[in-house]
Design a protein around this ligand. Sequence first.
Ligand SMILES: [Zn+2]
Length: 403
Amino acid sequence: MLKAVKVRLYPTTEQEIALAKSFGCARWYYNYALNACIQHYEETGKSLKLSVYKAYLPQLKVEHPWLKEDCYSAVLQCVAINLNRAYTNFFEGRAKFPRFKSKHHKQSIQYPQNVKVVGDCLEIPKIGVVKAVFHRPVEGKVKTVTISKTPTDKYFASILCEVENSGSQCKSDKTLGIDLGLKDFAIVHDGNEVTKYSNPKHLKRHERNLARKQKKFARKVKGSHSRNKYKKLVAKVHERVSNSRQDFLHKLSRKLVDESQVIIVENLNVKGMVRNRKLSKSISDVGWGIFINFLDYKLKRKEGQLVEIGRFFPSSKTCSICDHVVDELTLDIREWDCPKCNTHHDRDGNAALNIRNEGIRILSMDGGNPVLAVPRRSKTNKPKGGRASVNEAGSLHSPLGGV
Ligand SMILES: [Zn+2]
């Protein structure tokens, strides 16, 4: 099993220069190869193969000796592989067309081998022994190491390790249904009771600060020293927002995965929803997509399962007791009574329980191994182990589900 550990790096000034050179070489070669791909396509109507632009390297190193002196050669091999992956992602509809790399954005390079953990440091070819801060020990065999520099000038290493599958996780085997929302971030039903986790609204807390700094930044003369300073300040606020969001999503997903074996969520077409202008800011801020990914990989590690049910399943409008579906339930109705069995429902708790029941129904349909019925548009339609996605045709309800 692969496991990633992220550590902060504290390079010396010389090491920073060496890193800047390596970033520069990787960026240069990426842009060179991308340009070659584009030209080749314009001339022939065909795409350039990975092996072709990989084979440019020896000649390029002769023409540009710094490419050999300043950068570890395996890093450049990785660049070629990454460009090839960017193209594949584009062709399979998962990503936009690859873009040229700019030195003004986040920088990163990958080492497929030969990075070693030495005490409190990382030994990196061509860079040296760099001071690092580990929050957890690096276990197993080190595979790929990605070194990056953020727009706020921080350095990180993401270390991918191959570890033995421990399988001795604590035995909590609940099945949780989760309804994701805006007011409450997650409404969780375990079959007996509902737990609500409120939405921390990360962006909101920093909004005024961000707006003020962005305004100042916009007023500065292009290329001036103070413009650069404000650019960094704006990037810092963004970093803080994103850190607190990640922290929240990691902690909550860890908690839920620790208490369960199966988690059922609605397959939210987050991208489609973000197009709703009025809500787009809150929806991007809330991070449902990231949350589902966190649940997925954490469950996989303990051999649990994430089940996604179709987003047209009427989770809010169905009575979880008698399965009666009401015609309409506008977003402002938070509690309602079932006209058929008279049960009084809390809107969100009822939706979470329905999601749970629907997931269990799907799981039991095929011996606990649901097959992919309708893939999410063109995206990620490969059923990754442990993650099932099933789309049920049902009455169309609000695309915002249980908001
Ligand atoms: Zn009912």
